[in-house]
Design a binder for this molecule. Structure first.
Ligand SMILES: Nc1nc2c(c(=O)[nH]1)N[C@H]1C(S)=C(S)[C@@H](COP(=O)(O)OP(=O)(O)OC[C@H]3O[C@@H](n4cnc5c(N)ncnc54)[C@H](O)[C@@H]3O)O[C@H]1N2
Ligand code: MOO
Length: 403
């Protein structure tokens, strides 16, 4: 049985990046930039005043307080009408280009307008050369990589793309994800469950998670445990980049998902991983096709499905979308209570992680009742990681996967 790390490597090895496309930056939120964004210009494009005040020659103020002639007024968006010579200054606003000849700006608070003559200003103190001036190219040089490929587009990147790339982004297309929920016991959200029946929680939950990951989801609904229905749903699901099949992956009498997948050209890459919950995870890839679908057979128990999604499916989608690799494990959470994992599998235990003002991050394992207990997950924001057969003490550091 593979370890989680080995299984993650297999998933990453089989997930190849999708093709690229250009789209408005606003629509690319959450997607990864497919190419480095290189600055086509230097920024700022001109020496820029960073305060409202007066542009002047710093050397004029070497003797301290000095009275200068105000020869111009430059507001943002305008340019100077004349050069500044010794003994002269220009009234200037934040963001306006510096007038030729001037090398510094003094804030209006450090000046006094001559009450007799508004065209003269008293500079109250000596001004340091370069004060409050952002030099041309001081932020970005032409040709500089501003956003490396693989970075996820957030509002900051949308702003930068508006500035430097005409508001467009080159990204990998969103993956399509098909979802099948198998099980004779399943009913939809508006059907009263009969004896032995339960609601299909995995289908909608997986749809929500895949949507949150940036995928385009095709919900194929509940499929009964019979070969023909499942085979037909698999055929449809294999049109997508990723197919998620919930349930029927274990060793039950009706667990014939793997066999049907093999019949449709999906090769098993691994079955079963050393983790709890989620051991029966099945992973395969369609072969002999130009669009090889990745197939995840997720354990039917809802929390097992959720854990496998966060560890493996999310990583696969990240790979397909070309996001820079980030391990799902976040280290450094201080455990708030003792914890014992008596099992022979490492456990990803639902927990609440918190960062109090001034303190480090803490993590508290919840009162979780096992793979079927999805309700407790509503209180969780993390899965705390504990090695097999291990005792942990309060105050120890552990790692976690954020959910
Ligand atoms: N003899 C063994 N039995 C089981 C093993 C094992 O190794 N040997 N593994 C156990 C583990 S661990 C898990 S997890 C489950 C996973 O089984 P399957 O993936 O085959 O899933 P099912 O048997 O179809 O369902 C398990 C459980 O989950 C409920 N379920 C299924 N689909 C949904 C859904 N869409 N929404 C909500 N709940 C769902 C289903 O009713 C079952 O209660 O196998 C153990 N057994
Ligand atoms: O792995 Mo099962 O997912 O323990 O419940």
């Amino acid at each position: 049985m593979l370890s989680v790390t080995e299984a993650l490597k297999e998933v990453s090895r089989h997930a190849s990046r999708l093709t690229t496309q250009e789209c408005p930056a606003m629509e690319a939120m959450g997607m990864a930039l497919a190419e480095d964004l290189i600055s086509p210009v230097e920024s700022p494009a001109f020496d820029k005043a960073m305060m409202d005040g007066f542009a002047l020659i710093a050397a004029d103020t070497d003797s301290g307080s000095v009275n200068l002639e105000v020869v111009d007024e430059i507001t943002a968006g305008k340019t100077a009408s004349e050069a500044i010579e010794p003994g002269k200054a220009a009234r200037i606003m934040t963001g306006a280009p510096m007038p030729p000849g001037a090398d510094s700006v003094v804030m209006v608070e450090d000046t006094q307008i001559d009450s007799e003559n508004v065209n003269r200003v008293q500079i109250l103190h000596q001004v340091k050369q370069g004060s409050h001036v952002l030099k041309q190219g001081g932020l970005l040089t032409k040709g500089q990589v501003v956003i490396p490929a693989g970075s996820v587009i957030r509002p900051v990147e949308v702003g930068i793309l508006a500035d430097l790339a005409g508001g467009k982004a080159i990204v990998r297309r969103r993956p399509t994800v098909a979802i099948i929920s198998t099980g004779d016991e399943l009913v939809g959200p508006n059907i009263e469950p009969g004896p032995g029946q339960i609601r299909n929680t995995n289908g909608p939950m997986l749809q929500a998670m895949a949507t949150e990951s940036g995928a385009i989801v095709k919900q194929l609904g509940i499929v009964r445990d019979n070969r023909d229905d499942l085979a037909a749903a698999i055929t449809e699901g294999l049109q997508a980049d990723v197919l998620l099949i919930s349930g029927g992956m274990s060793v039950g009498v009706k667990d014939f998902g793997p066999q049907l997948l093999a019949e449709q050209g999906v090769e098993k890459i691994f079955h079963k991983v050393q983790l709890k919950p989620g051991k029966p995870l099945w992973f395969g890839q369609q072969i002999d096709t130009d669009t090889p679908t990745l197939v995840f057979g997720l354990p039917g128990n809802p929390v097992s499905s959720l854990v496998c999604y966060h560890l493996f499916v999310r990583s696969a989608l990240n790979e397909l979308m070309g996001r820079s690799y980030e391990s799902p494990f976040v280290p450094g959470f201080l455990l708030t209570r003792d914890f014992f994992n008596p099992g022979n599998r490492p456990v990803f235990f639902p927990a609440f992680a918190s960062r109090k003002d001034g303190g480090g991050a803490t993590i508290s394992p919840l009162n979780w009742k096992g793979s079927a207990d999805l309700a407790t997950l509503a209180k969780a924001n993390a899965l705390a990681y504990f090695e097999a057969n291990s005792q942990y003490e309060a105050g120890q550091f552990v790692s976690a996967v954020m959910v």
